[in-house]
Design a protein around this ligand. Structure first.
Ligand SMILES: Cc1cc2nc3c(=O)[nH]c(=O)nc-3n(C[C@H](O)[C@H](O)[C@H](O)COP(=O)(O)OP(=O)(O)OC[C@H]3O[C@@H](n4cnc5c(N)ncnc54)[C@H](O)[C@@H]3O)c2cc1C
Length: 506
């Protein structure tokens, strides 16, 4: 298996022969705007587009490069359902699943309109979605029937189908009118358009947010704005919604196969796999397989899950070439709905809790946040408000989230097993090591040099864990991730891991 050296690379973000990737400057001055959008994934870019269409003076910043985080690592499927419609229906009832379907259908239309209006070359196309099971067991059949019922309750019209894969499904259904695209090329085209209308900055992290002052601090300058949109996947810094979300990683692989699936979205529910055929910007044809969801920070799980995904694909398809592997993050909300809208600070807006359905939720968020900022109030905004209180629907999620946080805040510190000795840390790997009487996060780079870091996540003080396939330090509590040498990769933390004195240093 070929893990790409840059683990933030999927088939969408592979080096493309096209020289038109926009590159944006780093912010090096203070700015004033109506709205500062923090985050250049699909959520931030579409929000900036809507706000600028509505006449707002917008500035957009991204800590890294446009869409190279979760958006560029996604499967590129756009569907009106969510991953688990029967669960949503059981929690919220038919009225809400119908509302969700309508909102998400609107989200897909938003993306389609942007594709047409800006002539974005991103392979957007309408396709069917297939949902099914491979194994013929009663409980699984019931699951398919329940899901089909929930789709009908939402106003969708599923019809029985055995899918369009080179292997037979035991039972399943299909829904027409869904869509697929290349999420990265979509965002690059959108960013290029935005860059001609508003200031856009890359490599410009928000290192602090002062809601009271209406100010976002970056290393090179401050942005003063009436409104701050945190389109950072999980809101950067502290936010109440973080106590309501479980954080997972999910694996993706891309392989060349002789027998690709029919065009469409293929969800195999008994193995929790998602499959699609795709053409990357390089022109290469791929099969993408996604699955192996596991909690962030569970050591070795990513490696195991990626290997399982690889074996799953090899057992079912004629694989003809290399396998490319990556992974991405998802935030699961306690009550099954995303958190979109104003936060405890009236001028700070958040969009999170998208699970693995966030390309469309991102488009919905862009619409709702723009409406909120321009003074339009809707039922949808109330339904998805981050300030909603839903104890009956959230209890289990809260219990699981907070048990995870307590386990890692307290448990990780009192574990007594022997930590790895520094000599056992291989080249290109990291481990938590007891050193000089304290636990340290040690990384040995490919040249053999040791890098010593504090293992304490600057967000809420949990201990990070080494994720070997992704070559990152991951925080199991709220999902912050750091490069081997400590730099922040992904929030909610806003700064990196503290560096400790190097070996033999003072
Ligand atoms: C394996 C996998 C497959 C998926 N496939 C699908 C799919 O097919 N369809 C679907 O609908 N959803 C899918 N999802 C979910 C989807 O990828 C995400 O929900 C979605 O991309 C979120 O977009 P976003 O713009 O909110 O976040 P991101 O794409 O993560 O963008 C956030 C941006 O904010 C920037 N940022 C973060 N912190 C800061 C800071 N402090 N300062 C400045 N910038 C900052 C980051 O650099 C990043 O560019 C999948 C998820 C996984 C895990």
């Amino acid at each position: 298996m070929r893990h790409l050296a840059d683990t933030n690379t999927s088939i969408w973000t592979l080096p493309s022969p096209s020289p038109d990737t926009p590159a944006f400057p780093v912010l090096e001055t203070d700015l004033h705007a109506d709205v500062v959008v923090v985050g250049g994934g699909i959520t931030g870019l579409l929000t900036a587009l809507h706000l600028s269409d509505a006449g707002q003076r917008v500035v957009l910043i991204d800590a890294g490069q446009i869409a190279r985080r979760n958006t560029g690592l996604s499967t590129g499927n756009l569907y009106t359902a969510v991953s688990n419609m029967s669960d949503l229906s059981a929690r919220w009832g038919g009225g809400v699943v119908g509302q969700v379907r309508a909102l998400r259908a609107g989200g897909i239309r938003t993306i389609e309109r942007a594709v047409r209006r800006l002539a974005l070359d991103c392979g957007f196309g309408r396709v069917p979605m297939f949902y099914g099971i491979e194994h013929d067991a009663n409980d699984l059949r019931v699951r398919v029937e329940q899901e089909m019922l929930a789709y009908q309750r939402a106003g969708l019209t599923p019809s029985a189908s055995r899918g369009g894969l080179p292997f037979a499904l035991a039972s399943g259904f299909r829904v027409e009118g869904q869509a697929q695209f290349d999420p990265y090329r979509f965002c690059l085209g959108l960013a290029a358009h935005l860059g001609r209308r508003i200031p856009v900055f890359e490599s410009t992290p928000a290192v602090d947010v002062d809601a009271g002052e209406g100010c976002v601090m970056t290393p090179g300058g401050r942005i003063h704005a009436r409104h701050i949109v945190l389109a950072t996947h999980s809101p950067a810094g502290f936010n109440l919604v973080q106590a309501e979300m479980e954080v997972y990683r999910e694996c993706g692989i891309a392989v060349r196969v002789a027998d690709p699936p029919a065009p469409g979205i293929h969800w195999i529910k008994d193995s929790e796999r998602s499959l699609r055929a795709a053409v990357a910007a390089t022109g290469e044809q791929w099969l993408i397989a996604v699955g192996g969801k596991h909690q962030v920070g569970e050591q070795h799980r990513q490696q195991e899950e990626t290997q399982r995904l690889d074996a799953y694909v090899r057992e079912r398809f004629q694989v003809t070439g290399d396998v490319i592997a990556w992974s991405a993050q998802q935030f699961k909300p306690a009550d099954g709905l995303p958190y979109i809208g104003g936060s405890a600070h009236d001028n700070v807006w958040v969009a999170t809790g998208f699970q693995a359905d966030g390309l469309v939720w991102g488009a919905v968020a862009a619409q709702l946040i723009t409406e909120g900022i321009t003074g339009v109030h809707s039922d949808a905004a109330r339904l998805l408000s981050p300030l909603r209180i839903t104890p009956m629907k959230s209890a289990k999620g809260w219990a699981r989230t907070n048990a995870t946080v307590i386990k890692h805040l307290v448990g990780d510190r009192i574990k007594r097993e022997m930590p790895t000795h520094v000599d056992e840390v291989n080249s290109g790997c990291g481990a938590l090591v007891e050193r000089d009487g304290q636990r340290q996060a040690i990384y040995r780079d490919p040249q053999g040099q040791l890098h010593a870091l504090s293992p304490v996540c600057p967000h809420m003080k949990c201990l990070v864990q080494w994720n070997d396939p992704a070559k990152s330090w991951d925080c199991p509590c709220h999902g912050s991730r750091f490069a081997p040498t400590g730099e922040l990769l992904e929030g909610p933390a806003m700064t990196g891991l503290r560096r400790l004195a190097p070996e033999g240093g003072p």
